[in-house]
Design a protein around this ligand. Structure first.
Ligand SMILES: NC(=O)c1ccc[n+]([C@@H]2O[C@H](COP(=O)([O-])OP(=O)(O)OC[C@H]3O[C@@H](n4cnc5c(N)ncnc54)[C@H](O)[C@@H]3O)[C@@H](O)[C@H]2O)c1
Ligand SMILES: O=P(O)(O)OC[C@H](O)CO
Length: 416
């Protein structure tokens, strides 16, 4: 699509700076540089500030291996996130910013890449500090479960901030992609109709677009206050956020993007596969091998599709799970080398809780599968549907110590 009437460029920022957050900032920064007609070059990355030590090879190392440095300063001075993505040089247009309000200021595109447990609080901090017509893309893998029901993070971010938010998810182990190794991903962006460009429209000043009421969130939420909200159209002096232009922000020669419109399918694939990966880790930890893993992956995929069709029936498409990177491919990669899989496996092998493994083995990185298993279970319980999702329920019960991993085969066997 032509950039009709566009005189301004999009300012891109990343909310998050963990293993995937830093990788996404790297990808986005490579692409903003490569597409100067669409994007401002600098990509601000919000860093949840902490003190870190630097390795001997770092130019900041002064002989004192215990000396603490602010992580944001280390990133800006050395172009390396020494804690969450060590050994990878970031482009110099990734700018680490410890203030979340400063980081989001004037950004037109916000890429959310936080562990899901931190999204709500971060949105509260951002609210009132973003451009009203900003747009979001959620790369967070998880679901937002509350008393009202289950929501996608694209929906809860959108509803909290009053913006449109799409989703990016795929078979994406961050460290491989950060090293430029080939991978695919799925980006779901279903732009609001008001963002489409009409050639006859007069260019309007950035500050004056009027808001329209649109459906922003999942209509399955029974008691939501946010069923519809005012959404500001993207001013015509910015390039349109069409599939073509959104793809240009994420696609790299080593990171192949497939654009779809099924935001629910993409988000659910990323969230639910983390429960499946725990199950795969449990059976692998027992020494049962690849056939056992394949069995839980098969059942996990079916439960993902069923969850989507039961609770997001108006929007989800089964083929998103079976054909796209965010579905079956993410189950395969997560059950092969993901953190949830590896930690679940170690917890069985060592006979310690997975929370202890997370604490001792991940150096501050966060598992999403354990909290997602609890959240999904509390939602299924509220719906009286635990028995319809035996694998998801078994993972929850194993985490609770009520079921043994050895019982998985019997539990997932269809009952007459
Ligand atoms: N790492 C991967 O390979 C990968 C790939 C695809 C998707 N994801 C998803 O991306 C999301 C982010 O994961 P990640 O790998 O970037 O993070 P991570 O697990 O590597 O790091 C944890 C992050 O949480 C931050 N943090 C800690 N306490 C916080 C607080 N109170 N408030 C805000 N932030 C806090 C830390 O600073 C750090 O940036 C997750 O949903 C994950 O499932 C990860
Ligand atoms: O390391 P995990 O288990 O959080 O999985 C990483 C990615 O989500 C794999 O696609």
């Amino acid at each position: 699509m032509a950039n009709l009437g566009a005189t301004k460029k999009h300012k891109v920022m990343v909310v998050g700076s963990g293993n995937w957050g830093t990788t996404m900032a790297k990808i986005a920064a490579e692409n903003t540089k490569a597409n100067p007609n669409l994007f401002e070059p600098d990509v601000r990355m919000w860093v949840y500030e902490e003190e870190v030590t630097v390795p001997k090879e770092s130019k900041l190392y002064d002989g004192d291996s215990e000396k603490k440095h602010k992580l944001s300063e280390v990133i800006n001075k050395t172009h390396e996130n020494v804690k969450y993505l060590p050994g990878v040089t970031l482009p110099d247009n990734v700018i680490a910013e410890p203030s979340i309000q400063e980081a989001v200021k004037d950004a037109t595109i916000l890429i959310f890449v936080l562990p899901h447990q931190f999204i709500a609080k971060s949105c509260d901090q951002i609210k009132g500090h973003i451009l009203p017509f900003a747009r979001g893309v959620s790369c967070t893998k998880g679901v937002d479960v509350s008393e009202s029901g289950v929501q996608l993070f694209s929906e809860s971010i959108g509803a909290k901030l009053g913006i449109y938010c799409g989703a990016l998810s795929g078979a994406n182990i961050a460290s491989e992609i950060a090293q430029g190794k080939y991978s695919e991903t799925t980006v779901a962006y279903d732009p609001p109709p008001m963002d489409s460009r009409q050639p006859s429209r007069q260019a309007s000043p950035t500050q004056s677009p009027s808001a329209s009421t649109v459906e922003l969130v999942n209509p399955h939420m029974e008691h939501t206050e946010h069923k519809s909200a005012k959404l500001y159209p993207l001013p015509i002096d910015f390039p349109p956020l069409s599939h073509e232009n959104i793809k240009k922000l994420f696609h790299r020669p080593y990171f192949h993007v497939r654009m779809v419109s099924d935001v629910a399918g993409v988000s659910l694939g990323g969230a639910l596969k983390n429960i499946v990966a725990l199950a795969a880790g449990f059976v692998d930890g027992l020494g049962w091998g690849d056939n056992a893993k394949a069995a839980v992956m098969r059942v996990g995929l079916l439960e993902e599709v069923k969850f989507g069709e039961k609770f997001f029936s108006e929007s989800v498409q089964a083929r998103t799970f079976t054909e796209e990177s965010c579905g079956v491919a993410d189950i395969i990669t997560s059950c092969s080398g993901g953190r949830n899989f590896r930690c679940a496996k170690m917890s069985i092998e060592r006979g310690v809780s997975i929370n202890e493994i997370e604490e001792t083995e991940l150096n501050g990185q966060k598992l999403q599968g354990t909290s997602t298993a609890y959240e999904v279970n509390s939602f299924l319980k509220s719906q009286g549907m635990e028995n319809e999702f035996p694998l998801f329920t078994a993972v929850y019960n194993i985490l609770e110590g009520k079921t043994k991993p050895e019982e998985i085969p019997d539990i997932i066997e269809p009952k007459d």
